[in-house]
Design a protein around this ligand. Structure first.
Ligand code: PEP
Ligand code: MN
Length: 329
């Protein structure tokens, strides 16, 4: 499953031009759903909030002219009603809405009572790393009888692979898609994520595509041109899955944890440098044995709870501490 299209529906011309270029440039037979947000949940007021309900007929035109199913984001019951009345094929629930189960329940109820159902609902992970909330939202929507898919877009611009892994383990029957655009936040980060999506056998992608990304009214830095999107997808679908899926996922999770660990260590060293300056100014010795002993005892306690040996704690802390002393010299 492939969803392509702009972050926001900005104008009729932009919606139609982007769709026309995609249809014209994708290889014949490459099916996709055209996405464009009519209502945009933006961080700041005063920024572009989406064209609103006037954008729905623009999507209807895409559907009629190019025979492509269309999708838009819904955040209120009124959005659901208007989108379905306009014949929108797929609805998605964004990360900010997904953080609020009361709102998601209202949307699910609106789907249950809607006279005309969409072909599917895509539920993005919440803005916070909480796979159980994501799972709960999916179950709420499933109860409406509409087919549900999950979209992994990460938190901020961090993937949080484990969140998607836990969901996938719990609901293996729910198709899991990746949104590398919001996950990366910038175009350069998209292609590597598409490679990961293939290795981890995601069921599809949602990628932001704009006919003139530099002029986009939202998410300008992460939108690809239609030509760039087509080039990106041309290489996909070719990588043979040789690794075991479980191992591939676990390794992806380890790499992300290591990256975090590394950044924490580097930040810790920056603080160590500041402490070094303080000690120098106050004429204190670099090595403070009592402080170090207290640090070791506390970390041993944390580690024991996870079944790690005191010896491992000493080896790790000793290496960190030696480098910290060197930095403070
Ligand atoms: C979007 O898809 O344009 C969007 C707003 O995404 P998210 O909810 O993932 O931030
Ligand atoms: Mn966007």
């Amino acid at each position: 499953m492939l969803l392509l299209g702009p972050c926001a529906a900005e104008s009729r011309e932009q919606v139609l031009a982007t769709a026309e270029q995609l249809v014209g440039q994708l290889p014949a037979g490459r099916a996709f759903v055209y996405r464009a947000g009519a209502w945009k949940p933006r961080t700041s007021p005063g920024t572009f909030q989406g064209a609103g309900a006037v954008a729905l007929p623009w999507l209807g035109e895409v559907r009629a002219r190019f025979g492509v199913p269309v999708a838009t984001e819904v955040a209120t019951e009124e959005h659901v009603r208007m989108a379905l009345e306009a014949g929108i094929d797929y609805l998605w629930i964004g990360a900010r809405t997904s953080a609020n189960p009361i709102l998601v329940q209202l949307l699910a109820d609106a789907l249950t009572t809607a006279p005309q159902k969409p072909q599917g609902v895509l539920v993005k992970n919440p803005v916070n790393d909480d796979w159980r909330l994501w799972e709960g939202n999916i179950r709420r929507c499933q109860a409406s009888g509409v087919p549900v898919m999950a979209v992994h877009r990460g938190c901020g611009h961090e993937p949080h692979w484990e969140m998607a892994y836990r969901l996938r383990q719990t609901m293996p029957e729910v198709p899991l898609l990746l949104d590398p655009s919001h996950m990366a936040g910038k175009t350069a980060g998209i292609a590597p994520l598409v490679v990961v999506a293939e290795r981890l056998q995601y069921a599809g992608l949602m990628v932001e595509v704009h006919c003139r990304p530099a002029e986009a009214l939202s998410d300008a830095e992460q939108q690809l041109t239609p030509a760039e999107a087509v080039a990106l997808l041309a290489g996909s679908g070719t990588e043979a899955a040789e690794e075991s899926q479980t191992l591939a996922w676990l390794r992806q999770m380890i790499d992300e944890e290591d990256e975090r660990l590394w950044h924490v260590l580097l930040r810790r060293m920056d603080i160590v440098r500041e402490i070094g300056e303080y000690k120098r100014a106050e004429g204190m010795a670099v090595l403070q044995p009592e402080r170090y002993e207290a640090i070791v005892r506390r970390r041993e306690e944390w580690a024991r709870e996870h079944g790690l040996s005191d010896e491992a704690v000493h080896t790790i802390l000793d290496a960190i501490h030696r480098e910290a002393c060197r930095v403070q010299q």
